[in-house]
Design a protein around this ligand. Structure first.
Ligand code: UD1
Ligand code: CA
Length: 454
Protein backbone atom coordinates (compact mmCIF):
# COMPACT_ATOMS: atom_id res chain seq x y z
CA UNK A 1 0.00 0.00 0.00
CA UNK A 2 2.52 2.61 1.15
CA UNK A 3 6.23 2.04 1.39
CA UNK A 4 7.01 5.69 2.00
CA UNK A 5 5.84 5.36 5.59
CA UNK A 6 8.29 4.59 8.32
CA UNK A 7 6.23 2.08 10.27
CA UNK A 8 7.61 -0.76 12.35
CA UNK A 9 5.06 -3.38 13.31
CA UNK A 10 5.44 -5.32 16.55
CA UNK A 11 3.18 -8.36 16.73
CA UNK A 12 2.62 -9.87 20.17
CA UNK A 13 2.47 -13.62 19.89
CA UNK A 14 4.10 -15.07 22.99
CA UNK A 15 0.95 -16.10 24.84
CA UNK A 16 0.18 -19.72 25.50
CA UNK A 17 -3.42 -20.09 24.44
CA UNK A 18 -4.35 -22.72 27.04
CA UNK A 19 -7.97 -22.61 26.01
CA UNK A 20 -7.20 -23.97 22.56
CA UNK A 21 -6.45 -27.35 24.20
CA UNK A 22 -3.93 -28.06 21.49
CA UNK A 23 -0.32 -29.08 20.96
CA UNK A 24 -0.10 -26.38 18.32
CA UNK A 25 0.94 -22.92 19.56
CA UNK A 26 -2.07 -20.62 19.56
CA UNK A 27 -1.00 -18.25 16.80
CA UNK A 28 -0.27 -21.16 14.45
CA UNK A 29 -3.89 -22.24 14.27
CA UNK A 30 -5.17 -21.70 10.77
CA UNK A 31 -8.13 -20.03 9.25
CA UNK A 32 -8.81 -19.86 5.54
CA UNK A 33 -5.42 -21.32 4.70
CA UNK A 34 -3.09 -19.15 6.78
CA UNK A 35 -2.10 -19.23 10.42
CA UNK A 36 -3.57 -16.49 12.60
CA UNK A 37 -0.24 -14.75 12.91
CA UNK A 38 0.31 -14.83 9.14
CA UNK A 39 -2.93 -12.96 8.62
CA UNK A 40 -1.69 -10.32 11.04
CA UNK A 41 1.78 -10.24 9.45
CA UNK A 42 0.19 -9.79 6.02
CA UNK A 43 -1.87 -6.92 7.35
CA UNK A 44 1.31 -5.24 8.59
CA UNK A 45 3.08 -5.90 5.29
CA UNK A 46 0.19 -4.49 3.30
CA UNK A 47 0.53 -1.16 5.02
CA UNK A 48 4.22 -1.09 4.24
CA UNK A 49 6.09 -2.86 7.05
CA UNK A 50 8.59 -4.99 5.20
CA UNK A 51 9.70 -7.20 8.07
CA UNK A 52 7.38 -7.09 11.06
CA UNK A 53 8.81 -7.95 14.46
CA UNK A 54 7.07 -10.91 16.07
CA UNK A 55 7.39 -11.42 19.83
CA UNK A 56 7.37 -15.15 20.52
CA UNK A 57 7.47 -17.23 23.69
CA UNK A 58 5.24 -20.27 24.01
CA UNK A 59 5.96 -22.71 21.20
CA UNK A 60 8.66 -20.37 19.89
CA UNK A 61 10.51 -23.08 17.98
CA UNK A 62 7.43 -24.14 16.06
CA UNK A 63 6.56 -20.54 15.29
CA UNK A 64 10.08 -19.89 13.96
CA UNK A 65 9.86 -22.98 11.75
CA UNK A 66 6.52 -22.01 10.29
CA UNK A 67 6.68 -18.27 9.79
CA UNK A 68 9.00 -16.63 7.27
CA UNK A 69 10.18 -13.12 6.44
CA UNK A 70 9.80 -11.56 9.86
CA UNK A 71 12.14 -10.68 12.69
CA UNK A 72 11.65 -12.68 15.85
CA UNK A 73 12.29 -11.56 19.39
CA UNK A 74 12.00 -13.87 22.33
CA UNK A 75 9.95 -13.21 25.44
CA UNK A 76 11.04 -15.98 27.78
CA UNK A 77 8.44 -15.22 30.45
CA UNK A 78 5.10 -13.65 29.68
CA UNK A 79 5.05 -10.75 32.09
CA UNK A 80 2.47 -8.68 30.24
CA UNK A 81 1.92 -6.77 27.02
CA UNK A 82 4.28 -3.97 28.07
CA UNK A 83 6.99 -6.49 28.83
CA UNK A 84 6.38 -8.14 25.46
CA UNK A 85 6.94 -4.85 23.62
CA UNK A 86 10.09 -4.18 25.70
CA UNK A 87 11.63 -7.29 24.12
CA UNK A 88 11.42 -5.55 20.76
CA UNK A 89 13.18 -2.44 22.05
CA UNK A 90 16.08 -2.70 19.58
CA UNK A 91 13.59 -2.25 16.73
CA UNK A 92 11.79 0.72 18.21
CA UNK A 93 13.09 3.71 16.27
CA UNK A 94 11.96 7.29 15.80
CA UNK A 95 9.33 6.28 13.25
CA UNK A 96 5.82 5.06 13.96
CA UNK A 97 5.31 1.84 15.87
CA UNK A 98 2.28 -0.30 15.16
CA UNK A 99 1.37 -2.88 17.80
CA UNK A 100 -0.83 -5.79 16.75
CA UNK A 101 -1.73 -9.14 18.34
CA UNK A 102 -0.99 -12.48 16.75
CA UNK A 103 -4.39 -13.77 17.80
CA UNK A 104 -6.62 -11.13 16.20
CA UNK A 105 -6.53 -12.41 12.63
CA UNK A 106 -9.46 -10.40 11.29
CA UNK A 107 -7.80 -7.01 11.50
CA UNK A 108 -7.64 -5.52 8.01
CA UNK A 109 -5.01 -3.41 6.33
CA UNK A 110 -7.74 -0.96 5.24
CA UNK A 111 -8.70 -0.30 8.84
CA UNK A 112 -5.12 -0.01 10.06
CA UNK A 113 -4.31 2.32 7.21
CA UNK A 114 -7.29 4.54 8.08
CA UNK A 115 -6.13 4.54 11.66
CA UNK A 116 -2.64 5.51 10.56
CA UNK A 117 -3.94 8.47 8.55
CA UNK A 118 -5.91 9.56 11.61
CA UNK A 119 -2.87 9.12 13.85
CA UNK A 120 -0.66 11.24 11.58
CA UNK A 121 -3.28 13.91 10.93
CA UNK A 122 -3.71 14.49 14.68
CA UNK A 123 0.00 14.18 15.46
CA UNK A 124 -0.95 12.02 18.43
CA UNK A 125 1.50 10.37 20.77
CA UNK A 126 -0.62 7.23 20.69
CA UNK A 127 -3.71 6.20 18.75
CA UNK A 128 -5.68 3.27 20.10
CA UNK A 129 -8.01 1.16 18.00
CA UNK A 130 -11.22 0.89 20.02
CA UNK A 131 -14.74 -0.48 19.59
CA UNK A 132 -18.02 -0.42 21.45
CA UNK A 133 -18.96 -3.90 22.60
CA UNK A 134 -22.29 -5.03 24.06
CA UNK A 135 -20.32 -7.33 26.30
CA UNK A 136 -17.07 -5.55 27.17
CA UNK A 137 -16.14 -7.97 29.98
CA UNK A 138 -12.48 -8.90 30.07
CA UNK A 139 -11.26 -5.97 28.00
CA UNK A 140 -9.53 -2.79 29.05
CA UNK A 141 -12.03 0.10 29.15
CA UNK A 142 -11.48 3.45 27.48
CA UNK A 143 -11.89 6.51 29.69
CA UNK A 144 -12.36 9.65 27.60
CA UNK A 145 -11.48 13.19 28.68
CA UNK A 146 -13.39 16.39 27.89
CA UNK A 147 -11.65 16.78 24.56
CA UNK A 148 -12.78 13.28 23.73
CA UNK A 149 -9.21 12.09 23.79
CA UNK A 150 -8.22 9.15 25.97
CA UNK A 151 -7.81 9.88 29.65
CA UNK A 152 -6.78 6.35 30.56
CA UNK A 153 -7.27 2.67 29.84
CA UNK A 154 -8.34 0.64 32.84
CA UNK A 155 -7.97 -3.12 32.79
CA UNK A 156 -11.07 -5.17 33.57
CA UNK A 157 -9.39 -6.67 36.62
CA UNK A 158 -8.49 -3.21 37.95
CA UNK A 159 -11.83 -1.60 37.12
CA UNK A 160 -14.44 -0.21 39.51
CA UNK A 161 -18.11 -1.13 38.83
CA UNK A 162 -18.60 2.27 37.14
CA UNK A 163 -15.70 1.72 34.81
CA UNK A 164 -16.92 -1.80 34.06
CA UNK A 165 -20.10 -0.23 32.64
CA UNK A 166 -18.12 1.49 29.90
CA UNK A 167 -18.76 -0.19 26.56
CA UNK A 168 -15.81 1.23 24.68
CA UNK A 169 -12.88 -1.18 24.85
CA UNK A 170 -9.23 -1.30 23.97
CA UNK A 171 -8.54 -3.64 21.05
CA UNK A 172 -4.86 -3.79 22.00
CA UNK A 173 -3.82 -2.36 18.64
CA UNK A 174 -2.02 0.96 18.62
CA UNK A 175 0.16 3.39 16.77
CA UNK A 176 2.86 4.97 18.90
CA UNK A 177 5.42 7.64 18.28
CA UNK A 178 8.51 5.47 18.46
CA UNK A 179 10.67 7.87 20.48
CA UNK A 180 7.94 8.31 23.12
CA UNK A 181 7.19 4.61 23.33
CA UNK A 182 10.87 3.84 23.86
CA UNK A 183 11.08 6.29 26.75
CA UNK A 184 7.78 5.14 28.26
CA UNK A 185 8.72 1.45 28.26
CA UNK A 186 11.62 2.23 30.58
CA UNK A 187 9.18 3.63 33.13
CA UNK A 188 6.62 0.80 33.22
CA UNK A 189 6.01 -0.99 36.50
CA UNK A 190 3.99 -4.08 37.37
CA UNK A 191 2.13 -2.49 40.23
CA UNK A 192 -1.41 -3.69 39.40
CA UNK A 193 -3.96 -6.44 40.03
CA UNK A 194 -2.21 -8.89 37.70
CA UNK A 195 1.40 -8.01 38.56
CA UNK A 196 2.02 -7.49 34.84
CA UNK A 197 3.80 -4.79 32.86
CA UNK A 198 0.84 -3.23 31.09
CA UNK A 199 1.47 -1.66 27.71
CA UNK A 200 -1.60 0.45 28.43
CA UNK A 201 0.36 2.23 31.18
CA UNK A 202 2.65 3.64 28.51
CA UNK A 203 -0.26 5.80 27.40
CA UNK A 204 -0.32 7.66 30.70
CA UNK A 205 3.39 8.29 30.50
CA UNK A 206 3.22 9.58 26.92
CA UNK A 207 0.27 11.76 27.85
CA UNK A 208 2.26 13.22 30.74
CA UNK A 209 5.00 14.02 28.23
CA UNK A 210 2.48 16.34 26.59
CA UNK A 211 1.05 14.28 23.75
CA UNK A 212 -2.58 13.66 22.85
CA UNK A 213 -3.76 10.06 23.14
CA UNK A 214 -6.55 9.40 20.69
CA UNK A 215 -9.10 6.67 20.13
CA UNK A 216 -9.82 5.48 16.63
CA UNK A 217 -13.11 3.67 16.94
CA UNK A 218 -14.14 0.97 14.49
CA UNK A 219 -17.81 0.24 13.98
CA UNK A 220 -16.93 -3.28 12.88
CA UNK A 221 -16.09 -5.23 16.04
CA UNK A 222 -15.06 -8.25 13.97
CA UNK A 223 -11.87 -6.35 13.08
CA UNK A 224 -10.64 -6.62 16.65
CA UNK A 225 -12.00 -10.04 17.49
CA UNK A 226 -9.51 -12.15 19.43
CA UNK A 227 -9.38 -15.92 19.11
CA UNK A 228 -8.89 -17.79 22.36
CA UNK A 229 -10.53 -21.16 21.73
CA UNK A 230 -11.69 -23.38 18.89
CA UNK A 231 -15.19 -21.98 19.00
CA UNK A 232 -13.88 -18.46 18.42
CA UNK A 233 -11.60 -19.87 15.74
CA UNK A 234 -14.66 -21.22 13.99
CA UNK A 235 -16.50 -17.90 14.37
CA UNK A 236 -13.51 -16.01 13.00
CA UNK A 237 -13.18 -18.47 10.12
CA UNK A 238 -16.82 -17.90 9.24
CA UNK A 239 -16.31 -14.14 9.13
CA UNK A 240 -13.12 -14.36 7.12
CA UNK A 241 -14.67 -16.89 4.78
CA UNK A 242 -17.58 -14.60 3.97
CA UNK A 243 -15.21 -11.66 3.44
CA UNK A 244 -13.22 -13.76 0.96
CA UNK A 245 -16.30 -14.98 -0.92
CA UNK A 246 -17.68 -11.47 -1.03
CA UNK A 247 -14.52 -10.06 -2.55
CA UNK A 248 -14.52 -12.75 -5.25
CA UNK A 249 -18.18 -12.19 -6.05
CA UNK A 250 -17.64 -8.44 -6.30
CA UNK A 251 -14.79 -9.18 -8.72
CA UNK A 252 -17.01 -11.20 -11.03
CA UNK A 253 -16.99 -14.76 -9.72
CA UNK A 254 -20.33 -16.58 -9.55
CA UNK A 255 -20.71 -18.52 -6.31
CA UNK A 256 -23.91 -20.53 -6.24
CA UNK A 257 -24.04 -21.35 -2.56
CA UNK A 258 -21.98 -19.25 -0.19
CA UNK A 259 -22.79 -21.59 2.66
CA UNK A 260 -21.10 -24.47 0.90
CA UNK A 261 -18.05 -22.88 -0.64
CA UNK A 262 -14.65 -22.60 1.03
CA UNK A 263 -11.89 -20.51 -0.49
CA UNK A 264 -8.54 -19.88 1.17
CA UNK A 265 -7.29 -16.33 1.44
CA UNK A 266 -4.36 -17.29 -0.80
CA UNK A 267 -6.45 -18.45 -3.78
CA UNK A 268 -6.70 -16.32 -6.92
CA UNK A 269 -9.78 -16.49 -9.13
CA UNK A 270 -10.48 -14.59 -12.34
CA UNK A 271 -13.83 -13.25 -13.46
CA UNK A 272 -16.58 -15.34 -14.99
CA UNK A 273 -15.65 -18.42 -13.04
CA UNK A 274 -18.67 -20.36 -11.80
CA UNK A 275 -18.50 -22.30 -8.57
CA UNK A 276 -21.14 -24.91 -7.81
CA UNK A 277 -21.85 -25.94 -4.22
CA UNK A 278 -19.40 -28.04 -2.27
CA UNK A 279 -16.15 -26.63 -3.58
CA UNK A 280 -13.02 -26.19 -1.47
CA UNK A 281 -10.22 -24.17 -3.04
CA UNK A 282 -7.00 -24.19 -1.08
CA UNK A 283 -3.42 -22.97 -0.92
CA UNK A 284 -1.81 -21.34 -3.90
CA UNK A 285 -4.56 -22.29 -6.29
CA UNK A 286 -5.08 -20.05 -9.31
CA UNK A 287 -8.26 -20.30 -11.38
CA UNK A 288 -8.38 -18.52 -14.72
CA UNK A 289 -11.46 -17.11 -16.44
CA UNK A 290 -14.51 -19.14 -17.43
CA UNK A 291 -13.71 -22.21 -15.37
CA UNK A 292 -16.70 -24.12 -14.07
CA UNK A 293 -15.97 -25.87 -10.80
CA UNK A 294 -18.00 -28.40 -8.88
CA UNK A 295 -20.18 -29.52 -7.46
CA UNK A 296 -18.02 -31.01 -4.72
CA UNK A 297 -14.56 -30.34 -5.99
CA UNK A 298 -11.46 -29.85 -3.88
CA UNK A 299 -8.53 -28.07 -5.47
CA UNK A 300 -5.25 -27.67 -3.59
CA UNK A 301 -2.23 -25.68 -4.85
CA UNK A 302 -3.27 -26.15 -8.46
CA UNK A 303 -3.40 -23.91 -11.49
CA UNK A 304 -6.37 -24.12 -13.83
CA UNK A 305 -6.15 -22.30 -17.14
CA UNK A 306 -9.11 -20.72 -18.88
CA UNK A 307 -12.30 -22.68 -19.28
CA UNK A 308 -11.45 -25.79 -17.30
CA UNK A 309 -14.52 -27.74 -16.26
CA UNK A 310 -14.09 -29.86 -13.17
CA UNK A 311 -16.74 -31.74 -11.28
CA UNK A 312 -16.73 -33.99 -8.23
CA UNK A 313 -12.96 -34.21 -8.33
CA UNK A 314 -9.85 -33.71 -6.24
CA UNK A 315 -6.76 -31.97 -7.61
CA UNK A 316 -3.51 -31.52 -5.74
CA UNK A 317 -0.38 -29.68 -6.91
CA UNK A 318 -1.35 -29.99 -10.55
CA UNK A 319 -1.62 -27.79 -13.59
CA UNK A 320 -4.55 -28.12 -15.95
CA UNK A 321 -4.55 -26.54 -19.42
CA UNK A 322 -7.20 -24.48 -21.15
CA UNK A 323 -10.63 -26.02 -21.77
CA UNK A 324 -9.69 -29.37 -20.30
CA UNK A 325 -12.39 -31.30 -18.50
CA UNK A 326 -11.79 -33.14 -15.25
CA UNK A 327 -14.17 -35.63 -13.69
CA UNK A 328 -16.70 -36.39 -12.52
CA UNK A 329 -14.77 -38.36 -9.90
CA UNK A 330 -11.22 -37.81 -11.05
CA UNK A 331 -8.28 -37.73 -8.65
CA UNK A 332 -5.26 -35.70 -9.64
CA UNK A 333 -2.52 -36.46 -7.16
CA UNK A 334 0.53 -34.21 -7.00
CA UNK A 335 2.73 -33.39 -9.94
CA UNK A 336 0.58 -33.46 -13.06
CA UNK A 337 0.87 -31.12 -16.00
CA UNK A 338 -2.16 -31.56 -18.21
CA UNK A 339 -2.45 -29.86 -21.59
CA UNK A 340 -5.23 -28.00 -23.35
CA UNK A 341 -8.52 -29.49 -24.47
CA UNK A 342 -7.69 -32.74 -22.74
CA UNK A 343 -10.15 -34.99 -21.00
CA UNK A 344 -9.63 -36.60 -17.63
CA UNK A 345 -12.84 -38.52 -17.23
CA UNK A 346 -14.58 -40.44 -14.50
CA UNK A 347 -12.59 -42.62 -12.11
CA UNK A 348 -9.29 -41.58 -13.56
CA UNK A 349 -6.36 -41.25 -11.17
CA UNK A 350 -3.27 -39.41 -12.31
CA UNK A 351 -0.01 -38.78 -10.48
CA UNK A 352 3.29 -37.15 -11.38
CA UNK A 353 2.49 -37.26 -15.08
CA UNK A 354 2.50 -35.11 -18.17
CA UNK A 355 -0.56 -35.41 -20.35
CA UNK A 356 -0.60 -33.64 -23.71
CA UNK A 357 -3.07 -31.42 -25.53
CA UNK A 358 -6.22 -33.09 -26.84
CA UNK A 359 -5.39 -36.35 -25.10
CA UNK A 360 -8.10 -38.34 -23.40
CA UNK A 361 -8.42 -40.74 -20.52
CA UNK A 362 -12.17 -40.96 -20.48
CA UNK A 363 -12.74 -43.55 -17.82
CA UNK A 364 -11.31 -45.92 -15.23
CA UNK A 365 -7.64 -45.33 -15.84
CA UNK A 366 -4.52 -45.02 -13.73
CA UNK A 367 -1.82 -42.77 -15.11
CA UNK A 368 1.19 -42.76 -12.78
CA UNK A 369 4.70 -41.51 -13.57
CA UNK A 370 3.83 -41.22 -17.25
CA UNK A 371 4.65 -38.89 -20.10
CA UNK A 372 1.73 -38.97 -22.44
CA UNK A 373 1.95 -36.95 -25.65
CA UNK A 374 -0.81 -35.10 -27.45
CA UNK A 375 -3.79 -36.61 -29.25
CA UNK A 376 -3.43 -39.82 -27.31
CA UNK A 377 -6.48 -41.86 -26.48
CA UNK A 378 -6.32 -44.06 -23.42
CA UNK A 379 -9.17 -46.57 -23.44
CA UNK A 380 -11.16 -47.70 -20.46
CA UNK A 381 -9.13 -49.54 -17.86
CA UNK A 382 -5.63 -48.60 -19.02
CA UNK A 383 -3.08 -48.94 -16.25
CA UNK A 384 0.40 -47.50 -16.15
CA UNK A 385 2.09 -50.16 -14.07
CA UNK A 386 4.66 -47.88 -12.49
CA UNK A 387 5.62 -49.84 -9.39
CA UNK A 388 7.33 -53.22 -9.28
CA UNK A 389 7.07 -53.54 -5.54
CA UNK A 390 10.44 -51.90 -4.98
CA UNK A 391 10.79 -48.90 -7.21
CA UNK A 392 8.74 -46.58 -9.38
CA UNK A 393 9.57 -46.18 -13.07
CA UNK A 394 8.30 -43.90 -15.79
CA UNK A 395 6.67 -44.78 -19.10
CA UNK A 396 6.13 -42.76 -22.24
CA UNK A 397 3.30 -42.82 -24.75
CA UNK A 398 4.10 -40.50 -27.64
CA UNK A 399 1.76 -38.37 -29.75
CA UNK A 400 -1.22 -39.77 -31.62
CA UNK A 401 -1.19 -43.21 -30.03
CA UNK A 402 -4.33 -45.20 -29.44
CA UNK A 403 -4.14 -47.36 -26.35
CA UNK A 404 -6.99 -49.88 -26.25
CA UNK A 405 -9.08 -50.84 -23.28
CA UNK A 406 -7.57 -52.73 -20.42
CA UNK A 407 -3.97 -52.28 -21.53
CA UNK A 408 -1.20 -52.54 -18.98
CA UNK A 409 1.96 -50.58 -19.69
CA UNK A 410 4.66 -52.09 -17.48
CA UNK A 411 7.20 -49.38 -16.74
CA UNK A 412 9.74 -48.48 -17.90
CA UNK A 413 8.42 -48.69 -21.42
CA UNK A 414 8.03 -46.35 -24.39
CA UNK A 415 5.31 -46.44 -27.01
CA UNK A 416 6.57 -44.47 -30.00
CA UNK A 417 4.26 -42.11 -31.83
CA UNK A 418 1.35 -43.08 -34.08
CA UNK A 419 1.07 -46.56 -32.62
CA UNK A 420 -1.96 -48.64 -31.78
CA UNK A 421 -2.12 -50.97 -28.82
CA UNK A 422 -4.81 -53.61 -29.02
CA UNK A 423 -7.21 -54.00 -26.14
CA UNK A 424 -6.10 -56.29 -23.37
CA UNK A 425 -2.41 -56.08 -24.23
CA UNK A 426 0.28 -56.05 -21.59
CA UNK A 427 3.15 -53.98 -22.90
CA UNK A 428 6.55 -54.92 -21.47
CA UNK A 429 8.77 -53.92 -24.41
CA UNK A 430 9.05 -50.64 -26.30
CA UNK A 431 6.72 -50.24 -29.28
CA UNK A 432 8.24 -48.80 -32.48
CA UNK A 433 6.64 -45.84 -34.25
CA UNK A 434 3.53 -46.56 -36.27
CA UNK A 435 3.11 -50.16 -35.03
CA UNK A 436 0.20 -52.26 -33.98
CA UNK A 437 1.03 -54.09 -30.81
CA UNK A 438 -1.03 -57.04 -29.54
CA UNK A 439 0.03 -59.08 -26.58
CA UNK A 440 -2.71 -61.43 -25.45
CA UNK A 441 -3.65 -65.09 -25.73
CA UNK A 442 -5.28 -65.98 -29.02
CA UNK A 443 -8.98 -66.62 -28.75
CA UNK A 444 -10.23 -70.16 -29.34
CA UNK A 445 -13.90 -70.95 -29.98
CA UNK A 446 -14.96 -74.54 -29.24
CA UNK A 447 -18.20 -75.01 -31.12
CA UNK A 448 -21.03 -77.03 -29.65
CA UNK A 449 -19.12 -77.21 -26.42
CA UNK A 450 -22.15 -76.20 -24.37
CA UNK A 451 -24.31 -79.02 -25.62
CA UNK A 452 -21.75 -81.60 -24.49
CA UNK A 453 -21.26 -79.83 -21.21
CA UNK A 454 -24.94 -80.07 -20.35
C1 UD1 B 1 -4.83 -6.57 26.64
C2 UD1 B 1 -4.97 -5.11 27.06
C3 UD1 B 1 -6.45 -4.77 27.19
C4 UD1 B 1 -7.16 -5.05 25.89
C5 UD1 B 1 -6.93 -6.50 25.46
C6 UD1 B 1 -7.50 -6.73 24.10
C7 UD1 B 1 -3.00 -4.66 28.38
C8 UD1 B 1 -2.49 -4.47 29.73
N1 UD1 B 1 -4.30 -4.92 28.31
O1 UD1 B 1 -5.42 -7.39 27.62
O2 UD1 B 1 -6.60 -3.42 27.54
O3 UD1 B 1 -8.56 -4.81 26.03
O4 UD1 B 1 -5.53 -6.76 25.41
O5 UD1 B 1 -7.44 -8.08 23.82
O6 UD1 B 1 -2.28 -4.55 27.42
N2 UD1 B 1 1.13 -11.27 25.05
C9 UD1 B 1 2.47 -11.54 24.95
N3 UD1 B 1 3.24 -11.52 26.06
C10 UD1 B 1 2.72 -11.23 27.27
C11 UD1 B 1 1.35 -10.96 27.38
C12 UD1 B 1 0.59 -10.98 26.24
O7 UD1 B 1 2.98 -11.80 23.85
O8 UD1 B 1 3.49 -11.23 28.24
C13 UD1 B 1 0.31 -11.31 23.86
C14 UD1 B 1 -0.70 -12.42 23.88
O9 UD1 B 1 -0.19 -13.57 23.24
C15 UD1 B 1 -1.85 -11.82 23.10
C16 UD1 B 1 -1.75 -10.36 23.37
O10 UD1 B 1 -0.42 -10.12 23.80
O11 UD1 B 1 -1.70 -12.01 21.70
C17 UD1 B 1 -2.73 -9.87 24.41
O12 UD1 B 1 -2.55 -10.59 25.60
P1 UD1 B 1 -3.78 -10.89 26.57
O13 UD1 B 1 -3.26 -11.49 27.81
O14 UD1 B 1 -4.83 -11.58 25.82
O15 UD1 B 1 -4.32 -9.42 26.80
P2 UD1 B 1 -4.68 -8.73 28.16
O16 UD1 B 1 -3.42 -8.36 28.86
O17 UD1 B 1 -5.66 -9.53 28.87
CA1 CA C 1 -3.97 -11.34 30.28
Amino acid sequence: MNNVYNITAIILAAGEGKRMYSKVPKVLHKLCGLTMVEHVINCAKEIGCKEPVVVIGHGADKVRETIKDVKFVMQEQQLGTGHAVMQADEYINDGDILVLYGDTPLVSAEKINEMYQFHKAGNYGVTVLTADLDDPAGYGRILRDQKCLIEAIVEDKDASPDVKNIKEINSGMYFFKGTELKKALKKLTNNNAQGEYYLTDALQIIKAAGYGIAAFKTNDPTEIMGVNNKLQLSDATEIMKSRILKSHMLAGVTIMDVNNTYIDKTVKISRDVTIYPGCILEGNTVIDEDCILGPNTRIINSVLDKGVVAQNSVMIDSKVGEATTVGPFAYLRPGNVIGKHAKIGDFVEMKNSNFGDHSKASHLTYVGDADVGSNVNLGCGVVFVNYDGKKKSRSTVEDNCFVGCNVNLVAPVTVKKDSYIAAGTTITKDVPEGSLSIGRARQENKEDWMKKFK
